[in-house]
Design a protein around this ligand. Structure first.
Ligand code: GLY
Length: 285
């Protein structure tokens, strides 16, 4: 397998965005480092308000924005949970991996670490996020809210609407110079309570990387965590075609789900709804 980088813009993202992701992949592709490639690609997607990560992250029900991100290599892991008021959560996840003795940092401690490392205060809020929350809140008050079994428990709390926003999460996987890496970043899967944590920052759930390959997921975090989706895919790598593994693993999902993966033989992606992807390799350019 040639040096390769594969990105996704979240399950539910319009396939027409694939051309943009291909441009991001081209810019981020670093023929020497899979880790640098996946982080740089994810930063570009975080900075693009089209995507639900970094700038453009969706609001929680209370109107706040809390973001999750993670990076993983064959030997290292770093993630941040519920981080606020920084521009690039994936960079902070990388710093957790490379500059601290920890693997996962959350909430105010993660923010304190960010400030200690010089991350400037930044508001990732956009008109898209405000409009989307307004829509969620009006759905909450409509009769339609009772029709969605997924959120029955939350509806009983009086805090949730029926509206589920499938576009979520950006991610990247790479195999470069004989090493795999993965990165993921998300503003979460709306509607969600403040403090809710999805799959993205949890190793094995929304991200996994090892000597056999790298895998990143997108979709409803709760469902992905229940299946420990990425390690489940990873464990099967080598047993059959990568595309068959992805399809098998995602087929039992009720909600929208997407996967991208790379192994020593090639790459594959699967999604139950449209999903923008971008790919580049040293062979195809
Ligand atoms: N897949 C992102 C989330 O559920 O938070």
């Amino acid at each position: 397998m040639k040096n390769s980088l594969l990105l996704h813009g979240g399950v539910g993202s319009e396939s027409s965005l694939s051309a943009l992701l291909r441009e991001y992949a081209k810019k981020a592709f670093d023929n020497k480092s899979s880790l640098k490639s996946v982080v740089d690609a994810t930063v570009m997607m975080e900075d693009d308000p089209i995507f639900n990560a970094g700038t453009g992250s969706y609001q929680r029900i209370d109107g706040t924005i809390q973001m999750d991100a993670a990076v993983m290599t064959e030997t290292g892991f770093g993630s941040v949970i519920g981080v606020e008021k920084i521009r690039n959560p994936v960079k902070l996840a990388l710093d957790v991996m490379q500059k601290t003795p920890h693997l996962i940092m959350a909430g105010d401690g993660a923010l304190r670490l960010a400030r200690m490392l010089g991350y400037a205060e930044y508001d990732p809020n956009t008109k898209k996020a405000k409009d989307q929350r307004e829509k969620v809140m009006s759905e909450l008050n409509s009769n339609e809210a009772d029709k969605n079994p997924r959120f029955t428990a939350l509806k009983r709390m009086g805090d949730i609407s029926k509206l589920m926003q499938p576009e979520d999460t950006v991610g990247a996987v790479a195999y470069i110079d004989g090493a795999f890496a993965a990165a993921v970043s998300t503003g979460g899967a709306t509607p969600m309570l403040r403090g809710r944590v999805g799959d993205s920052p949890i190793p094995g759930a929304g991200i996994y990387c090892g000597q056999k390959g790298a895998v990143v997921a997108t979709g409803y975090g709760e469902e992905i965590i229940r299946h420990m989706l990425c390690i489940s895919v990873y464990n099967d790598i080598g047993s059959r075609r990568l595309s068959d593994i992805l399809e098998d693993k995602a087929s039992s999902f009720e909600g929208p789900v997407g996967l991208i993966a790379i192994d020593k033989k090639g790459f594959s992606y699967f999604s139950s709804k449209p999903m923008a992807v971008g790919f580049i390799s040293s062979e195809t350019g």
